[in-house]
Design a binder for this molecule. Structure first.
Ligand SMILES: Cc1ncc(COP(=O)(O)O)c(C=O)c1O
Length: 402
């Protein structure tokens, strides 16, 4: 077997299962799960209907590049979403459909990393676990960039040494961030692009939460928007990842896309052709409609906004939290995150995820330790009830997180 497989770390939910293996939830209270970032709002009916309508497409092999109509609707979405000049995005050379961002984040690293040189893949810490696994299986060294309150929950690009930048082949950015909800500004992306030019690396910008934000007047910016704003019309060194999973609440559809530099898209398409990850025809048809429609996304976003509005006032007296810029997570500091998670489960039947399961220890410490991630994917009533139970639990303790 590939020896790199043994370098993969246990997935956070495996660690959570182990933590709670000998615990029981409070038998008097129904269990509320806030641990997993799986969207649970109902899937839009028009997406389900499109899948059924195009079921006969199962009778032929799809092209890895997807049908031109899908790439076109995606290119138009990128143009609308980021207010780009018309014709900024070439649907044939700058867009590739993928089966959800998870597989694309993983396979992109396999396609890009040059193993003949010492390779580092830089990523935020805490982070989406696939970044690390992808780096390890590509034979690269994962380098963790701590994101804390002191760095506004963004990697501090200026703190990275020239020696590390020289080894960097891919810089992962995640905006809106999971778990912090922090959003990168245009200037932040601009600086990342300057460094990419200086040190010759690629930016992989995971923007799968880009349509889940709290302020309707201020949708998060992104890497492609920045590149175009800077006159970088060839999108050189850029690859951005988008998904229908969160935007349309269809995590089971497995549908997303990458947008970026044609010089990266072309070899990535070749890699994907061999890898065998073309999107099934009914999924392509349903996805096309989903990228064309914003009303279901706006409804979806409102549900998350209502949950933040319901939970934050309940939790604020006992936790140091405020609404994030975007995403659907809260990331409060709670002291001992594993102890908090276990006791909350046993006493209040609420399941959360210890922050340390999403982060790694570095010389600057472990930025996940002491936090828990609350995923606002349960119903609004459950979210409100969970917030009340968390408050009661903390009020019953002599220790207060702040
Ligand atoms: C930061 C981040 N990136 C990517 C993904 C993968 O999403 P999908 O594969 O459904 O597009 C997730 C899922 O939770 C995520 O949190």
């Amino acid at each position: 077997m590939n020896p790199s497989l043994s370098a993969l770390k246990p997935y956070p939910f495996e660690r959570l299962r182990a933590l709670l293996a000998h615990s029981q939830p409070n038998p008097q209270l129904a269990l509320i799960g806030l641990q997993i970032g799986e969207p649970r709002h109902p899937a839009p009916a028009f997406i389900e209907q499109a899948l059924i309508k195009h079921m006969r497409g199962l009778g032929h092999y799809p092209l890895t590049a997807g049908i031109p109509e899908l790439r076109q609707s995606i290119a138009e979405w990128v143009t609308r979403r980021f207010k780009l000049p018309n014709d900024s995005i070439n649907a044939d050379t700058m867009i590739l459909p993928v089966n959800g961002t998870r597989e694309a984040l993983f396979s992109f690293v396999q396609a890009v990393v040059d193993r003949s040189e010492p390779a580092a893949v830089l990523m935020p810490n805490p982070f989406y676990q696939i970044y690390e696994g992808a780096a390890l299986l590509a034979g690269a060294e994962p380098v963790f960039l701590n994101t804390t309150a002191a760095t506004q929950y963004l990697p501090d690009l200026e703190s990275i040494s020239a020696e590390t930048w020289k080894r960097c082949q891919i810089l992962f950015l995640c905006s809106p961030g999971n778990p912090t909800g922090a959003v990168m500004s245009l200037d932040y992306f601009k600086r990342a692009l300057e460094l990419a030019d200086q040190y010759d690396f690629v930016i992989a910008s995971d923007e799968c939460y880009s349509d889940i934000y709290l302020n309707e007047e201020n949708p998060p910016t992104g890497l492609i928007q920045t590149a175009i704003a800077c006159g970088r019309t060839d999108l050189s060194r850029c690859m951005a990842f988008y998904s229908l999973s969160k935007r349309s609440s269809v995590p089971g559809l497995r549908s997303g896309f990458v947008a970026g530099d044609p010089k990266l898209i072309k070899p990535f398409l070749l890699y994907r052709t061999y890898h065998g990850c073309a999107m099934p025809p009914p999924t392509q048809q349903a996805s096309l409609l989903a990228w064309n429609d914003e009303s279901h996304v706006s409804e979806n976003r409102k549900l998350y906004q209502a949950k933040f509005a319901a939970m934050i006032p309940i939790l604020q007296p006992v936790l140091n939290i405020s609404a994030p810029d975007a995403g659907f997570y809260l990331w409060p500091y709670v002291g001992d995150d594993e102890h908090f998670t276990r006791e909350l489960y046993e006493q209040s039947s609420v399941m959360v995820l210890p922050g340390r399961y999403l982060s790694r220890q570095t010389h600057q410490g472990d930025p996940g330790k002491g936090h828990v991630r609350l995923s606002l994917t349960a119903s609004i009533d459950e979210c409100r009830l969970a917030a009340e139970r968390i408050r009661t639990y903390i009020e019953s303790k002599s220790f207060k997180p702040f």
